[in-house]
Design a protein around this ligand. Sequence first.
Ligand SMILES: [Zn+2]
Length: 66
Amino acid sequence: MTTPAPPVTEPDPSALTCPGDQVGPCAACQRKTHKYGRGGCPLCQWCMAPAREKWGPGVRYINTRS
Ligand SMILES: [Zn+2]
């Protein structure tokens, strides 16, 4: 599952589907991404994928009592 990221001059797909005033630069690569508002994320999906892999998809819901 390794999708090569497009050049950082290409906006993240999420930036094209959200209101323009919620678009901002990715915290890591400065690519335009859906950064603000509901559903926004400081990282573009290309930077988010490896981060999510590292943290795990349920990082907020880890059951510490297991
Ligand atoms: Zn990025």
